[in-house]
Design a protein around this ligand. Structure first.
Ligand SMILES: O=CC(=O)O
Length: 331
């Protein structure tokens, strides 16, 4: 009988030992294809017909494109598990996987610290208006003329966290250490949040800083658009380390240009890696190129967790971190 295969799409950069150890359980293979259309052909060619588990990275989308319905339906029938290395799994159409009997896992908890750290950095940077002096200094103009406006302290400000999951809770602890008062909104109240639960509208109306920490899906796409900006306090600060498309970027640029939004800290963009020119042009916008999990510790932990999921799938058909839609029996 042929041995089962694990197909790795993307690179394992850190957890080589754990990855290689899987070879006692299965053959570890990689695709030959270098683009989506060749990958779809390769899937249909029979070459990958023993593949039981796919392990994929966030960056592998550059090779295959999204794991959408078209791609999922092209996968060999032997595929039963997709292990995504990363917390946000919006690149994978979970409904299409569920319909084909494929289980999907991600690596949620291990990203909390690094992402919440980046989030806090952006909150501080946006409150203090640090983007402008960082640019003037590099242009040889020290603080620039006119002088940059004075920044604002986090202490005493209300931070509204939209999406109180692992990253939101981690951020709450960090923000409280800076003297912020934390309120939050989730689809349902979470007693473990240990913070004041408010409606989405109340959060928008009362927060000095709004932090987006929720996953991207059809229900959350453009969750922040014109109507929501109208409900916010004048001078609000917005930070997003989740997924760009949660904010309608055109509406955000308008809200910044009108002065309604004082400053913004972004790690993610609606059409990544393209960035709205109105964001680049605005000195009150602090921008990072999706660096939330970009630490040695976090990258290694994500790989290790994805590999634990692969191992569980091979050994007993059980993955540690099934995505919530499947863990809760929906999707
Ligand atoms: O953005 C990074 C991740 O979702 O892990």
């Amino acid at each position: 009988m042929k041995r089962q295969q694990v197909l790795l799409i993307g690179e394992i950069e850190h957890a080589h030992e754990s990855w290689n150890a899987l070879s006692t359980l299965a053959d570890l293979v990689t695709p030959k294809a270098r683009n989506r259309s060749d990958f779809l052909d390769e899937c249909r060619s029979g070459r990958l017909d023993e593949t039981r588990v796919i392990c994929r990275t966030f960056a592998s989308v550059e090779l295959t494109g999204r794991f959408d319905e078209e791609l999922v339906s092209a996968l060999p029938p032997s595929v039963k598990f997709v292990c995504h290395s990363g917390a946000g799994y919006d690149q994978v159409d979970v409904n299409a996987c569920t319909a084909r009997g494929i289980k999907v896992s991600n690596t949620p908890a291990v990203v909390n610290d690094a992402t919440a750290d980046t989030n806090m950095f952006l909150i501080l940077g946006a409150l203090r208006g640090l983007n402008r002096p960082m640019s003037t200094l590099r242009d040889g103009n020290w603080r620039g003329r006119p002088l940059p406006p004075l920044g604002r302290d986090p202490r005493g400000k209300t931070l509204g966290i939209v999406g109180m999951g692992g990253i939101g809770k981690n951020l709450k602890t960090k923000a409280e250490a800076f003297g912020m008062r934390v309120i939050y909104h989730n689809r349902t109240e979470d007693p473990a949040a240990d913070a004041e639960y408010v409606s989405f509208e109340d959060l928008l109306a009362t927060s000095d800083v709004i932090s987006l920490n929720l996953p991207l899906n059809e229900a959350t796409r453009h969750k922040i658009s014109h109507r929501e900006f109208e409900l916010m306090k004048e001078g609000v600060v917005i930070v997003n380390t989740a997924r760009g498309a949660i904010i309608d970027e055109d509406a955000l640029v308008q809200a910044l240009d009108s002065g309604l939004v004082a400053s913004v800290g972004l790690d993610v963009y609606e059409f990544e890696p393209s960035i709205h020119p109105g964001l680049i042009a605005n000195p009150n916008v602090m921008l990072l190129p999706h660096m939330g999990t970009w630490t040695v510790e976090c990258q290694k932990s994500m790989e290790e967790e994805a590999i634990r999921n692969v191992r569980g799938a091979l050994e007993n058909g059980k993955m540690r971190s099934l995505v919530p839609e499947q863990a809760n029996g929906h999707g």
